[in-house]
Design a protein around this ligand. Sequence first.
Ligand SMILES: Nc1ncnc2c1ncn2[C@@H]1O[C@H](COP(=O)(O)OP(=O)(O)O)[C@@H](O)[C@H]1O
Ligand SMILES: [Mg+2]
Length: 452
Amino acid sequence: MGMSLPVDESDTRCNHDWYETSGMNDQERAAKALRSRAESAVLSSPARAPDSVDSLLPVEMLRVLHELRVHQVELEMENEELRQTQQEIEASHARYFHLYEFAPVGYCTLSEQGVILQANLHLRSMLGMSQETLLRRPLSQFIHPEDANEYELYRRLFSDADPLPAMVLRLLCASAPPIWASIKSAAGQDSKGSSERLMAISDITDLKLHEVRLQKFNLALETEVLARISQLKRMYTRLLLAQENERKRIALDLHDSLGQTLSAIKLIGGHRLASLHSHRSRAEKVFASALLKDLAGAIEEVRRISMNLRPSMLDDLGLLATITWLIAHFKAANPSIHVTEQIELEEEVIPEVLKITLFRILQEASHNIEKHSQATGVTFTLALVGGHLTLSVFDNGQGCDPRSVGQSNSHGGLGLASMQERTELSGGTFELRSSPEGGTLVVACWHLPIET
Ligand SMILES: Nc1ncnc2c1ncn2[C@@H]1O[C@H](COP(=O)(O)OP(=O)(O)O)[C@@H](O)[C@H]1O
Ligand SMILES: [Mg+2]
């Protein structure tokens, strides 16, 4: 015989209500199920309770009754705690769902295979697609075909790296052009412990469009600057050419008019003076020969100026002869400087267009040595080695700071800048090395044949 527990009237009423199934809510149904499970457990383990209360003494009955009441209260308290915990879990789940669903950024959850398990409202409206369209389909179906490979590479990292760095690619939209999206992702797990990938997706289309516009703008600006530079270079080249032609014209004029006239005066005056020699007083003779000497000096000066302007020798005898003349002139003007010449090439190998540039660099470098270096030794080198035509001028003088020279500044000085410009405009490279201990080295180099 089963144990019949003493129950009061309210219990009976309560139990009566309890067994009513109509109008029960989930909680009540769960409680009913629990009760019936408990009853079957009691029935299946009769050893734990006496079969009959008849065998119990009244005092024992009271004790059992007390035990049962305590146990019932314990169960009720436990049940209340469980109910509260469940409520908290439900509230927290609702909060999480709210955060996920209504976040101002696109969220989606992918299975390990890259299939969409969940997509929030923001992502759905970003793509203009419903939950039904997105769920249970691989995310790859919504990636722009041109970015498919990149996404595939990214997906392969799912199991390795966490969190993954942001990836930028295009996503397809239902009825709009693709959008640019920045995707960040982190590994997660579902309630059964299976791996998931949580993705945060931001629409960066505007940013990308700005970037593209900026790139186009930069490109246009760069093209414009390059066009301006090459225009300036062309103008500078024309200017140099015009300057050379002008120098040539003045040099010719000086030589042909003033130089010739002075030479004629000297010649005729010399003859005339020689024929009248005996009739002149001593003072007149001294004056006449001083005049002739001054005339000779003036002729020499005109020749020097005209040679500096544009040595006709360059056109008549070539660059090597002109260099030899220039160096001889330098030696004569600077007897205290020991000069070494290393001219190791034939006239024919020197490109015609480079000859005036080579001469001008040499001319300016030797002027600088005279003016600024206080050197005791100078080496002029012109050589063709391995297709490289190199002109270098080295002096062992006091040097200078290469960073503060070569530019037009308050101290004047365009010589170095013009050497560099001339070299680079003709397709060469220019270098100035200088220091107080090491002297000054000027190097201009061209790779032959040069492009004109
Ligand atoms: N060989 C050199 N030794 C020492 N200083 C030099 C040498 N060449 C150039 N410099 C320095 O560089 C400056 C600029 O030279 P440059 O451009 O030719 O202008 P400028 O000769 O008219 O001063 C010179 O004023 C001088 O201070
Ligand atoms: Mg100079």
